[in-house]
Design a protein around this ligand. Structure first.
Ligand SMILES: Cc1cc2nc3c(=O)[nH]c(=O)nc-3n(C[C@H](O)[C@H](O)[C@H](O)COP(=O)(O)OP(=O)(O)OC[C@H]3O[C@@H](n4cnc5c(N)ncnc54)[C@H](O)[C@@H]3O)c2cc1C
Length: 408
């Protein structure tokens, strides 16, 4: 187990500086253009692939960093550059983690390389769980996967929504119901290989922020995939379902939900994205406040402006500390007895929303225009309080964990 530290080691500092350079030189200058175009920034993803940032190797190296600081550090730097573009770069990693966490070695080796493609022909992947009637309430999912034993195939039907990279992905990871009696314990994840018949993109959403990131519905109409596309394999699924049925027969359970533990481990990464956006807006505001003069002096000489900057920086640093703590806990297998992962995501995302709003205020009229980046950052920041569980759901998870009652 790695000791908790707030200091990056030399290797981490080198990676951070390299990522910061990419974020400053490649991502930030492209941000306004792709926000306006509302399209996936393929040339930027390609650049990231060329230098090694868009790859499983890079992602896995940060993911398995024993200090737990690899992923939050990487997310903060990339999202400091721009949230929409950064999500286009890391969105595939989020789908890949689903395969890394639940897939067999063969599935990991077969599908993850196809999720990324290569620098000459980059691909993206999508993770599709949310549905029109199953957002916060994941258990009410309807997409159904039925096993056709004679052909050793699964048949999937349903509509997924809000899928990042949905419909443009080379590989889709789809969560579906395999046993409706078991609620969220009756779900399983499937790989939908490139070019599979019956999968199509529905509506592409026009969004308030992170507009460079593609978000769309994914329609599954009699999608047939080989048995080998069930993540983890049939034997493991049958064992898991049998255990869940047995527990249900015994009259419910108060044991910890494994899916919830996974969320606790993944939520700090979203917190780190929020820290990156908040820090970016704070830096623009600080710079502006020290150079913009009114009444014959820089506006930062007014306590009303200076105190806002003090509060912004304090919240950002506090958010980062919560994120780093939760990431360290996740990597070192510490139990989340107070839902520390959810805490970090809640605080960091609310901080990003607030700080980017304060940045607009400090820039005055300029802050309200697209001539300056804080307007975009404020629109982008709103997503952090919504995806990977809304702020209300984080509070619900924290409160129920503290009270010792089941999450659902
Ligand atoms: C840009 C974007 C990208 C996304 N990417 C993905 C993706 O790649 N894959 C994927 O599967 N999903 C993705 N999502 C979906 C996202 O996770 C959901 O939008 C989110 O979980 C909320 O679900 P919902 O939108 O249905 O809102 P609802 O669940 O309908 O919630 C609406 C409001 O009610 C509140 N609420 C609901 N239940 C409670 C409760 N019990 N107590 C208090 N308040 C409650 C919520 O907090 C919210 O304020 C994405 C969403 C967006 C907007």
């Amino acid at each position: 187990m790695a000791e908790f530290t707030m200091e990056l080691n030399d290797e981490q500092k080198e990676v951070r500086d390299w990522l910061h350079g990419f974020a400053a030189d490649v991502i930030r200058p492209a941000a306004a253009e792709w926000d306006e175009r509302e399209e996936t920034p393929w040339p930027v993803i390609q650049e990231a692939a060329k230098v090694g940032i868009y790859s499983l190797d890079f992602y896995a190296q940060q993911y398995f960093d024993p200090t737990g600081l690899g992923i939050p550090m990487a997310m903060e730097e990339l999202f400091w550059g721009d949230a929409g573009i950064a999500l286009s770069i890391v969105g595939t990693g989020l789908a890949a983690v689903g395969v890394l966490a639940n897939g067999t070695e063969e599935q990991i080796g077969t599908w993850i390389p196809q999720m990324y493609g290569d620098a000459g022909d980059v691909k993206v992947a999508a993770f599709c769980s949310s549905e029109p009637d199953a957002g916060s309430d994941v258990a009410s999912m309807r997409t159904r996967a039925v096993y056709d034993e004679a052909k050793d195939e699964w048949v999937l039907n349903g509509t997924k929504t809000w899928a990042t990279n949905g419909g443009i992905a080379n590989v889709h990871v789809v969560v579906a119901v395999v046993d409706p009696e078991l609620g969220s314990k009756g779900h399983a994840s499937f790989i939908i290989p490139p070019g599979t018949e019956g999968l199509s993109q529905g509506q592409k959403f026009k969004k308030h922020g992170i507009r460079a990131s593609h978000t769309a519905e994914v329609v599954l109409d009699n999608v047939r995939v080989p048995g080998s596309c069930l993540l983890g394999g049939k034997e493991k699924l049958d064992e898991r379902l049998a255990r869940a049925r047995e527990k249900a027969r015994q009259g419910g359970e108060r044991v910890k939900n494994a899916a919830m533990a996974t969320f606790e481990a993944s939520r700090p990464a979203v917190g780190a994205m929020a820290v990156g956006t908040a820090r970016a807006a704070y830096e623009v505001a600080l710079d502006y406040a020290t150079t913009r003069e009114q009444f014959g002096r820089p506006i930062v000489d007014n306590q009303g402006v200076a105190f806002q900057l003090a509060d912004m920086r304090t919240s950002i640093d506090a958010a980062r500390l919560l994120v780093w703590r939760a990431s360290w806990m996740a990597v070192n297998g510490k139990p989340f007895t107070a839902a520390e992962g959810s805490m970090s995501k809640l605080f960091a995302s609310e901080t990003a929303k607030k700080v980017t709003g304060q940045a607009i205020q400090i820039l005055g009229g300029n802050g309200y225009t697209r001539e300056y980046p804080v307007e975009r950052m404020h629109r982008d920041a709103a997503i952090y309080t919504i995806f990977e569980g809304t702020s209300e759901i984080q509070r619900l998870v924290i409160a129920r964990t503290l009270a010792g009652v089941p999450i659902r």
